[in-house]
Ligand binder design. Structure first.
Ligand code: PMP
Length: 440
């Protein structure tokens, strides 16, 4: 019997043996193509010697130093590097151990920023239905998945949720894309006015929605209007790029493609590429200096912030992404994957929507393509497809959930950026088998 607390209590998972490139192997010798990069983590694939060597070298010098006493060269270099790559107004980096910690830090930083300014009444966050921002309590509160929040609902901080920007399901038949973008974004204004702008701290959103909807990009113009509204009413814009950042959508930060910059942005997953647990929260000089000139420091912290070994791994990951033009490669291979998915599945009676950016692609599985009618939630087809894909030797990330009363079965693909053309065929071949078997 295993004493490990598993993710799902009924899971009976194979044990990993090793990883190499785009593949993982279990102890029975079975090979899996890592089509989801774990959960959009493994951008460099498995067994990358440069990252492994950097970790070993750091372990040989100083595995760990507490940030109350010492900073470290990898943390300093990584921060400089990230600031050089981040949206122009972003100036400071706070390193943590993962995505939830990054979001939790962002929410607290935003609140402290206003507190320093004497605007202590502000207590509301506005986020979107069907986004996921992490599992710690405040991050969970901003997320919109009802089923994740249900057991903890009395513990949630004050957050309200507007509609996601979800063209496939939410745009009306007689609406143009730009009319829809405006209508969806204007829900933020309505909600700010309802709560009173002076009571609101920030709007929180993923530029491309990942773990709940399966790679849903925003409609053009949506985030421009969101930025305008945040500025008009003096609230902060927090972008959660934990999943869609670090090149995954074909640009280092997904927000670049929207032509806007956030006040605070969170990253994780691809930042450590799975070699070490690391996340980061980045903010503007204005936010940082308000706190520096106020009480002097951010009232937050964890034992492992700025962990030198995690930062050393991440520095090598980021250097590789830049020096080997892997983000550009992600954009190019992403287009190829998109073309292959469309040619394989666009006439499939149960694939309702194919979407995404870069190597961040989603398929929505439906019972009827014409009417977009979903399968009943009880069938849990997303889970069946995931299991059938594993049998066929492919990892794809399943998601099921309800947006505005409509159930959705989504399959997320987020393979390593190092894949080549033959792997694209491998994904579509194995996914075809998995969808057939999962629905049979
Ligand atoms: N934000 C987003 C957008 C995520 O996708 C996730 C993880 N799926 C998180 C936050 C939480 O990250 P972690 O699991 O590393 O705590």
């Amino acid at each position: 019997m295993s004493h490990v607390f598993p993710r799902h209590t009924k899971a009976n998972l194979p044990t990993v043996s090793h990883g190499e490139g785009v593949y993982l192997y279990d102890k029975n010798g079975k090979q899996y193509f890592d089509g989801s990069g774990g959960a959009a983590v493994s951008c460099l694939g498995h067994g990358d010697r440069d990252v492994i060597d950097a970790i070993k070298a750091q372990l040989d010098t100083a595995a760990y130093a507490h940030t109350s006493f010492l900073t470290s060269q990898p943390a300093e270099e990584l921060a400089d590097k990230l600031i050089g790559l981040a949206p122009p107004n972003i100036d400071r980096v706070y390193f943590v151990s993962g995505g939830s910690e990054a979001v939790e830090s962002a929410l607290k930083l935003a609140r402290q920023y206003f507190w320093e300014k004497g605007e202590t009444k502000r207590k509301y966050f506005i986020a979107r239905r069907q986004s996921y921002h992490g599992n710690t309590l405040a991050a969970l509160a901003t997320g919109g998945n009802e089923w994740r929040r249900a057991p903890f609902s009395p513990l949630m901080i004050e957050t309200s949720h507007i509609a996601p920007c979800f063209d496939y399901r939410e745009r009306k038949d007689d609406e143009t894309l730009s009319e829809y973008a405006l209508r969806a974004a204007n829900e933020l204004e309505t909600e700010i006015l309802r709560l009173g702008a002076e009571n609101v701290i920030a709007f929180v959103a993923e530029p491309v929605v990942g773990a709940t909807l399966g790679a849903v990009p925003p409609v053009e113009g949506y985030f421009k209007r969101i930025r305008e509204i945040c500025d008009q009413y003096g609230i902060l814009l927090i972008l959660d790029e934990v999943m869609c950042g670090m090149g995954r959508t074909g640009t280092m930060f997904a927000s670049e493609q929207e032509g806007i910059g956030p006040d605070i942005v969170t990253i994780a997953k691809g930042l450590g590429a799975g070699y070490q647990p690391i996340g980061a929260m980045l903010c503007t000089a204005e936010i940082y200096s308000t706190i520096e000139n106020g009480s002097g420091f951010f009232q937050h912290g964890h034992t492992y912030i700025g962990h030198p070994t995690a930062c050393a791994a991440s520095l090598t990951v980021v250097n590789k992404l830049v020096d080997h033009q892997l983000v550009e490669r992600c954009a190019q291979m992403g287009e190829k994957l998109n073309t292959a998915l469309r040619s394989t599945f666009s006439q499939h009676p149960h694939v309702g929507n194919i979407r995404g950016r870069g190597l961040f692609r989603g398929l929505e599985i439906v019972e009827d393509r014409e009417s977009k009618r979903p399968f009943s939630p009880e069938r849990a087809v997303h889970k069946k497809i995931k299991n059938a894909a594993m049998d066929a030797g492919l990892f794809c990330y399943p998601m099921g959930g309800t947006v505005d009363g409509v159930h959705g079965d989504h399959i997320l693909l987020a393979p390593p950026f190092i894949l080549d053309d033959s792997h694209i065929d491998e994904i579509t071949d194995k996914l075809s088998i998995a969808i057939e078997r999962g629905l049979s």
